[in-house]
Design a protein around this ligand. Structure first.
Ligand SMILES: Cc1cc2nc3c(=O)[nH]c(=O)nc-3n(C[C@H](O)[C@H](O)[C@H](O)COP(=O)(O)OP(=O)(O)OC[C@H]3O[C@@H](n4cnc5c(N)ncnc54)[C@H](O)[C@@H]3O)c2cc1C
Length: 346
């Protein structure tokens, strides 16, 4: 009987949607390996998340609801997970590839003397063992990898696995567990959070509209008087990104960017997609004025449908894209926005 565990990542009592994909992946493994799916819900005031975990397919929930777990801190979360795993010997523990998921997986692996398969995009069962697929070399190669020790810890790339449809009638066994570390034993304290930018999260978005260096390229725009060359370039890029934001708003999409765009100061770094930015896998990725360098592709090539808007039909992004729209983005994006607005009745 295999024990398949799934860590449910939450922030301020809000579960991350990618956690439900973990339950979907575990259920699929359970249908091949046999066994049950246990969701791990840690936090304070998170009993509602446990109910949701059942509705997404968990057979059991281990719930640790305690003030010391209100904020994610690696030490109490790792101590608890490692203790639970040492006591129950799960075969597999799945985590979402979030900052918290990665940190917790890595630290738990150390405590349990096992390995982690990170950023996995597919899982299969071969001879009773997990075989994971993960992109390497900026997504140019897909590597198949096994963890030879148990438990097998795996972080799942967001949106690479399907979540099950919610079933309000599905329920299971709720087991309450207590934290291992008391507050006095925890060597860190969260002092607070600074709000980042509002908007749709890039990694959760099902649609992303991204802009690159080409967004600043509109000779017809005249910047306000008194700007030097660099200021004029940024001002032009900001006009271009307004078009991208309009399109993103109509499509309820997140706004992404190439590194050239963030390095040049067109848009903050949080928007960067690529090898040194965010890795995304939306249903639709619209790349505007982006050439599609290998480092950019590393962050978006697993998108389901890629559309390139570029005036150069030979740009690498046009070879990767399912649809290429060749022309000036300043003409194409507003026309697309208007067409979507009409079609979607917005
Ligand atoms: C170690 C390392 C890590 C890196 N990490 C990343 C990363 O994480 N993400 C990333 O993106 N890059 C990354 N890069 C940089 C990467 O190599 C490219 O330099 C960068 O992606 C180029 O950005 P771009 O496509 O916006 O610009 P460009 O390559 O300059 O392309 C601009 C494109 O816009 C088109 N264009 C111009 N004007 C218009 C117009 N008016 N209408 C339509 N199209 C137009 C052009 O035809 C061109 O294809 C990294 C590089 C290194 C060395």
């Amino acid at each position: 009987m295999n024990k398949l565990w799934v860590y449910i990542d939450q922030f301020k009592g809000q579960p991350l949607a990618t956690s439900w994909e973990g339950i979907g992946a575990a259920k699929s493994l359970a249908s091949q390996l046999g066994g049950g799916v246990t969701a791990l819900v840690f936090g304070k005031g998170v009993e509602g998340i446990a109910s949701q975990a059942f509705q997404y397919g968990a057979d059991e929930v281990l719930l640790a609801d305690d003030p010391s777990l209100e904020e994610f801190r690696a030490e109490p979360y790792t101590a608890l997970l490692a203790k639970l795993a040492a006591d129950s010997s799960p075969d597999v523990i799945l985590f979402p590839t979030t900052t918290r998921g990665r940190e917790l997986a890595a630290m738990t692996a150390i405590d349990l003397s096992t390995g982690v398969l990170p950023d996995v995009t597919a899982l299969e069962v071969v001879d009773g063992t997990l075989l994971a697929t993960r992109p390497i070399y900026a997504g140019k190669l897909l590597c198949k990898v096994k963890c030879l020790t148990k438990p097998q810890l795996v972080t799942l790339r967001g949106r690479a696995f399907a979540r099950l449809p919610i079933d309000p009638s599905h329920t299971g066994t709720l087991t309450r567990v207590s934290p291992v570390l008391g507050e006095a034993d925890i060597p860190s304290k969260v002092e607070g959070y600074t709000a980042g930018e509002a908007g749709v999260s890039l990694t959760d978005a099902s649609v992303i509209v991204s802009g690159g260096r080409g967004v600043s390229n509109n000779p017809k725009l005249t910047p306000p008087a008194g700007m030097d060359e660099k200021q004029a370039e940024i001002w032009k890029a900001q006009q271009g990104f307004k078009l991208i934001e309009d399109l993103a708003q109509v499509l309820h999409a997140a706004v992404g960017a190439s590194r050239a765009a963030v390095d040049a100061g067109y848009i903050p770094y949080g928007h960067q997609v690529g090898q040194t930015g965010k890795v995304v896998s939306p249903d639709l990725y619209i790349a505007c004025g982006i050439s599609g360098a290998i480092q950019h592709q590393a962050g978006m090539r697993t998108s389901k449908v890629i559309v390139a808007i570029n005036r150069d039909p030979e740009a690498p992004i046009c070879k990767l894209a399912r649809y290429g729209v060749v022309g000036d983005l300043y003409a194409i994006i507003p026309a697309l926005t208007e067409a979507f607005r009409q079609r979607l009745g917005k």
